[in-house]
Write a protein of this length. Structure first.
Length: 57
């Protein structure tokens, strides 16, 4: 999970495989990837869509 929608943003934490997250919105980053804004265990941040599902949106 990152602080913003892109690899240039700082890494906040790693979310273990199969952990549930809440999707709160999303947007494309400058490099063209779709990023979801998520919540996990009380923390909010951004995760690239293909890391959490096969469909980019």
């Amino acid at each position: 999970m990152r602080s913003g929608p892109g690899r240039n943003f700082s890494k906040l934490k790693e979310i273990p495989n199969r952990e549930g997250v809440v999707l709160m919105g999303g947007k494309y980053s400058q490099d063209g990837f779709w990023w979801w804004r998520i919540s996990h265990d009380g923390d909010a941040g951004w995760v690239r869509a293909d890391y959490i599902c096969n469909d980019p949106q």
